[in-house]
Design a protein around this ligand. Structure first.
Ligand SMILES: [Zn+2]
Length: 269
C-alpha cells in the first residue's frame, strides 16, 4: 500500500512540483549520485539564513513556537490537529521520514491545515555517532519523502535526543542550508509526568522567542494541549510556527510557502 502511494505520489507530484526536473532513478547508484536528490535545495531567501543552530529566538514579539517531534502518529497526531484547528493555532511538526512514508495522509493534513513541517531524520538515530555520509542520508531521505509527499521542504532540522555535534550543525547549514533547531523549553513529556504537568511546563516556559519541545506520539501530551494553549494565550502570547518565529516566510501563519508551483526560479542560483 505504501508502495502504491509512493508511486502515485511520484507520478502526480512530479508533474506538479518538479516542473521538468528529472525524478530520481533509484535503480542505479551512479544515477542516484549524479541526479542527487530530486528536489530543490532549501533556498537562501532571507537574511536569517546562515543560521547554524538555535535554541530560542531573540525577539520582543510575544510569540512562542510549539513543536512536536516523532510523528506523524496514526491516532495522536490527528487528535492534536483537531485541537489546534479548534483554537486556530499553528505548530511545527518535526517528523520522522520513515513515519511519513507510513502515514502520508497525515502529513497532507498537517500541511493543508497550515502547520510547518521540520526534519527529524529518517530513523531517529543518534546523529552525533554517525559519519558524514550516514548523517546526510538521514537528513536527505527525510527531505525527499516530505517533498514527494506534500511538495514542500522542511527548512529546519531537529536532531533526535538533541544529539548533534557542532561540526555536524555547521556542515548541515553549509551544505544544505538547514539550521539545527533545538529548544528552550523541554516538557520532558516522554517521561509521562501527566497532562497537567506538561501543560504547566508549556505555559511557564512561554516567553518571547521560546521554542517548546513536546512529542505528538503521547496521548497525555495531546490532552495537555488545550490547557496549554489557553494558558499561553492568557499570558498574552501568540503561538506560531518555527519559521514565523525566526522571521522567515517559508511557513508562515497564512501558509505562505516558497516551493509551490511557480517558485522554480527560487530553487536555482
Ligand atoms: Zn525525537
Amino acid at each position: 500500500m505504501t508502495h502504491i502511494n509512493r508511486r502515485a505520489l511520484l507520478s502526480g507530484m512530479g508533474a506538479l512540483c518538479l516542473s521538468g526536473t528529472a525524478v530520481l532513478n533509484t535503480s542505479s547508484r551512479a544515477a542516484a549520485q549524479t541526479a542527487a536528490i530530486p528536489m530543490p535545495p532549501v533556498p537562501r531567501l532571507t537574511r536569517a539564513h546562515g543560521l547554524v543552530s538555535v535554541h530560542a529566538v531573540q525577539t520582543t514579539r510575544p510569540q512562542v513556537a510549539l513543536t512536536f517531534d516523532d510523528g506523524p502518529h496514526p491516532t495522536h497526531t490527528p487528535v492534536l490537529l483537531d485541537i489546534l484547528a479548534r483554537y486556530n493555532v499553528k505548530a511545527t511538526f518535526y517528523v520522522i521520514g520513515s513515519m511519513v512514508r507510513r502515514y502520508p495522509e497525515i502529513l497532507h493534513r498537517i500541511v493543508a491545515e497550515g502547520h510547518e513541517v521540520g526534519n527529524h531524520t529518517w530513523t531517529h538515530p543518534t546523529l552525533s555517532r554517525l559519519g558524514h555520509g550516514g548523517f546526510l542520508r538521514e537528513i536527505d531521505r527525510t527531505q525527499e519523502i516530505v517533498w514527494r509527499t506534500v511538495g514542500v521542504l522542511p527548512v529546519t532540522m531537529r536532531p533526535p535526543y538533541g544529539a548533534i555535534t557542532g561540526r555536524q550543525s555547521h556542515m548541515l547549514a553549509g551544505e544544505r542550508n538547514i539550521p539545527t533547531v533545538m529548544w528552550s523549553v523541554d516538557t520532558s513529556d516522554w517521561r509521562r509526568p501527566g497532562s497537567h504537568v506538561v501543560a504547566d511546563r508549556m505555559i511557564r516556559g512561554a516567553r518571547p522567542g521560546a521554542v517548546i519541545l513536546a512529542h505528538d506520539i503521547h496521548g497525555p501530551t495531546v490532552r495537555a494541549v488545550p490547557q496549554a494553549i489557553e494558558g499561553i494565550l492568557a499570558r498574552g502570547m501568540e503561538l506560531t510556527t518555527m519559521s514565523e518565529l525566526l522571521g522567515w516566510q517559508h511557513w508562515g501563519p497564512r501558509g505562505l510557502r516558497y516551493v509551490r508551483q511557480g517558485a522554480a526560479d527560487n530553487w536555482r542560483g
